[in-house]
Design a protein around this ligand. Structure first.
Ligand code: ADP
Ligand code: MG
Length: 342
């Protein structure tokens, strides 16, 4: 070991993951895909098993002063299911690991598991195990999920091809805008505890932050229509960051039309009220857990009238050219800020 010390912030989250990944290779024939997609892919005969894990840490991912424990439990399952959806799979089992301090009562843990149970019921997932330990630094909830799909039906970040159409579900930016509202109301409350939070007015965005949904409905609909996206990822870090993942993994470029990016009208108005640019929120906000995917042009007819799928751009062959066509018609380089954890 040398004495040199490199700060994590020099690498960033994705640099760190690339570094870890470069030190490992896959040894088992059943390990079809390792680090680098929304879930690992494991050979299971006619099917593939999908495996993914996501951890939520108090003070980093949530603040219990405005995150009810039921919602936290639901969200912790949702973010995992969303990664299985992003592989075009169906979730089947979860295991739940908790780090707890004696700050939490039995009733509080019951509330957390009420949310986990509701999510398991909604997504048709079985809770099959976990781990419980003491934590000295607040609540930690780490969930791993197992999913499945027919071999060959799985969808990677790497399959986008020239001229494919780029699609995104639902609307974007709401979860980030909701977080800004919750943070502001918390400041108001800390300054003057007799003030009641003003959340009703911003119900949509707050709901997007506290109660995100994994888009399994879209996965079922695509299957019913006989459409297999060429590439897919879920929007956890922000549209721009996810587009860069598709670009890097598929070795293609993306051409995105700003005016096609879907933003809910209420969330839009709230952003403006907060002096935030709604499009910046949509591009860089994250936590919306919508699906970003590409389809072949032939499949457009089958999807064009879908109320909740939006066509935001197209794929072109140069991976170095990831551009945004602004509302004013200017072509500018796409920038990804994403979340900086370190
Ligand atoms: P997502 O946002 O879809 O959950 P991440 O950005 O967290 O994906 O992770 C990207 C890829 O890196 C995934 O394949 C994930 O399994 C892998 N990964 C993340 N952290 C680590 C780690 N500490 N060790 C090994 N692999 C990791
Ligand atoms: Mg993901």
């Amino acid at each position: 070991m040398s004495d040199s010390r490199t700060e994590l912030s020099n690498l960033g989250e994705f640099g760190l993951i690339d570094r870890i990944s470069s030190h490992f290779s896959l040894k088992n024939r059943s390990s079809l895909k390792g680090i680098g997609d929304d879930a690992a892919v494991i050979d299971a005969g006619d099917d593939v098993i999908l495996l993914s894990t996501d951890m939520l840490v108090e003070g980093i991912h949530f603040d219990l002063s405005y995150m009810p424990l039921q919602h936290l439990g639901y969200k912790a399952v949702t973010v995992n299911v969303s990664d299985i959806a992003a592989m075009n799979g169906k979730p089947e089992q979860v295991v739940v690991a908790l780090g707890l301090s004696n700050r939490f009562s039995v009733e509080a843990i019951d509330a957390l598991y009420d949310g986990i149970r509701a999510a398991c019921a909604n997504y048709g997932v079985d809770l099959v195990g976990g781990d419980t330990t003491a934590s000295s630094s607040g609540l930690i909830i780490s969930i791993s999920v197992v999913g499945r799909t027919k071999k060959g039906s799985e969808v990677y970040r790497s399959g986008a091809k020239d001229k494919d159409i780029i699609c995104v579900t639902g609307d974007l930016g709401g979860a980030y805008i909701g977080l800004q509202i919750l943070e502001r109301e918390k400041e108001v409350f800390l300054a003057n505890p007799s003030m009641q939070p003003e959340l009703e007015k911003h119900e949509y965005a707050v709901g997007r932050q506290l109660r995100p949904k994994a888009r399994m409905d879209i996965i079922h609909e695509l299957a019913d229509l006989g459409i297999r996206p060429t590439s897919m990822i879920d929007v956890s870090d922000g549209l721009a960051s996810e587009l860069f993942h598709l670009s890097k993994n598929s070795r293609i470029g993306v051409h995105i039309f700003e005016d096609k990016i879907p933003i809910d009208q209420d969330a839009f108005n709230t952003a403006v009220e907060f002096k935030l640019d709604p499009f910046t929120c949509a591009l860089n906000g994250g936590e919306d857990y919508e699906l970003l995917f590409t389809i072949r042009q032939e499949d457009f007819e089958k999807l064009k009238n879908h109320a909740d799928i939006h066509f935001i751009g197209y794929v072109h062959p140069d991976p170095k050219q990831n551009v945004l066509i602004t509302k004013g018609g200017a072509t500018v380089p796409l920038k990804a800020q994403g979340w900086k954890h370190f």
